[in-house]
Ligand binder design. Sequence first.
Ligand code: GLP
Length: 242
Amino acid sequence: MKIYKAANYDEMSCKAANIISAQIIMKPDCVLGLATGSSPIGTYRQLVEWYEKGDLDFAAVTSVNLDEYQGLEGTHPQSYRYFMNENLFSHVNIAPEHTYLPNGAAADIEEECTHYDEIIQKLGGVDLQLLGLGHNGHIGFNEPDEAFAKGTHRVDLKESTIQANSRLFDSIDEVPRHALTMGIKTIMQAKKILVVVSGADKAEIVKQAFQGPVTPQVPASILQMHNDVTLVGDEAALSRLI
Ligand code: GLP
């Protein structure tokens, strides 16, 4: 695993955006696995800036997002589709029909999950998967569990995740209790993985995930078994790593 320690959030974002641009430049028709949350916002901002300067071209890029809340239409301001439009898609020249997210409003959720895995497979898999890290070690919405989940599936969100994500909703009652997420197997099949973490509140889980035992109780710990992971974090988030 490669670890880059950045001084702060902006430097972390710049480094992560550098890795993503290198991927796009090396393979213009690459498949990017994308993530939501506060951690990658700066990375997207930096990518948009480079696109505006003419240094990056998303014309041939395809994206597949990790997850989506169940029950939210893409027009809902808290949906991950909306987040992606706001933070990246509407600012660059990626073709809207080449941007995939699980459809949280699908009538048949099981069918939607199978369909999502088929899309990823047809695309030939993910070249570079961007990940944030939940405080309980979740990646995408793969919550601590008895076993590692495989393909895209529906999850019951943990109380701690509902609490953490409620900061973005008007009230905690509005936070969906379920979500659709790529499974651990899907994430692990990505050719390269890039994890972004910032803030002292992530220091303990970073240590557990990257230097603790590999266990489904800390879903991100499985990343220790992947052969091409880059962890980009600020000093505070990486402060407990030895
Ligand atoms: C959410 C998302 C995850 C994200 C995590 C951490 O629950 N489903 O993909 O990584 O929260 O978010 P943040 O970066 O805001 O701490």
